[in-house]
Design a protein around this ligand. Structure first.
Ligand code: COA
Length: 264
């Protein structure tokens, strides 16, 4: 069992903790695989009624581990991230999230697939894909607009802006805000409240709620993957990642200048 994604079952609620707090719970390949397995097992485990997601330390999750973009060889077969994305959009039991601090990249897009999202006052959320020279992932290119509407989704995705807890609530991106100290207790009691009901009814209800969107979400995963493969590792993407690790602003203007210099 992975110690970077922990799980604990109590009274029908499976609490899953992303556990790499020194990296703001960034997800490397091992963690995507562990989370994928946990979701697939929870889907069929009759003891599990509800899954509650949280991060260890001061943050929820800072998304994919950026060093994986440059350091790792592609995996054989299905990439761990892709398998996990599929498991998440196909997941049939209620997902409750308790998110505080950083929720960036995958840390933000996972929340779009949760049914109830409680956040702490410290929440700082970002869909950073344009600022990384990439495109949205985890079907967020569709699911964000499903939640906040097309106009707001365009602004959020294109600007890669920071969203705090109050703005997230205005946008209906989250369910409610609590103090960081109260957050986990509130989320646990909500998860237990749902877990009182028959699992068969929770599952059938969630499946019905998701039914009209599911084919679109599946297609979004395919379309996003194809654009991601085209753009990952591009000069712009490499500059974005280097800038984050060097703690400086990226210089994307250098790439525009090259294009201007070409003859008409
Ligand atoms: N991948 C790898 N390492 C990450 C990470 C990520 N996604 N997010 C944070 N970390 C690491 C930092 O490099 C730092 O490591 P260090 O202590 O060895 O230097 C540590 O986690 C703590 O992060 P730090 O940057 O010091 O915290 P912060 O509060 O100043 O900033 C973020 C937090 C999340 C804003 C910033 O780390 C960041 O922008 N990370 C990239 C997030 C991202 O773009 N994710 C999407 C990937 S698709």
């Amino acid at each position: 069992m992975s110690n970077t994604v922990l799980q604990e079952l109590d009274d029908g609620v499976l609490t899953v903790t992303f556990n790499r707090p020194d990296k703001k719970n960034a997800f490397n390949r091992e963690q995507w695989t562990a989370f994928d397995q946990i979701l697939r097992n929870a889907n069929t485990d009759k003891r599990v009624a509800v899954v509650l997601l949280k991060g260890a330390g001061d943050s929820f999750c800072s998304g994919a581990d950026l060093s994986d973009f440059s350091n790792s060889e592609p995996a054989d077969g299905v990439e761990p991230f892709d398998a996990c994305a599929e498991a998440l959009i196909e997941f049939q039991k209620p997902l409750v999230a308790a998110a505080k601090g950083i929720a960036v990249g995958g840390g933000a897009t996972i929340l779009l697939h949760c049914d109830i999202v409680y956040v702490g006052e410290s929440l700082r959320m970002k869909f950073p894909f344009t600022s990384l020279g990439l495109v949205p992932e985890l079907a967020s290119s569709v699911q964000l607009a499903n939640i906040v509407g097309q106009r707001k989704a365009s602004e959020i995705m294109l600007s890669s802006e920071w969203i705090n807890a109050d703005r997230a609530r205005q946008l209906d991106l989250i369910t409610d805000i609590y103090s960081d100290e109260q957050l986990f207790d509130k989320a646990t009691s909500k998860a237990k409240e749902l877990a009182k009901w028959p699992v068969s009814s929770l599952v059938a209800t969630k499946v019905l709620l998701k039914k009209t969107n599911l084919a679109t979400l599946r297609q979004a995963l395919v379309d996003e993957k194809s654009e991601m493969l085209r753009l990952a590792g591009s000069p712009e993407n490499r500059e974005a990642i280097t800038a984050i690790f060097e703690r400086r602003q990226p210089d994307f203007a250098q790439f525009r200048k090259t294009a201007e210099a070409e003859p008409a």
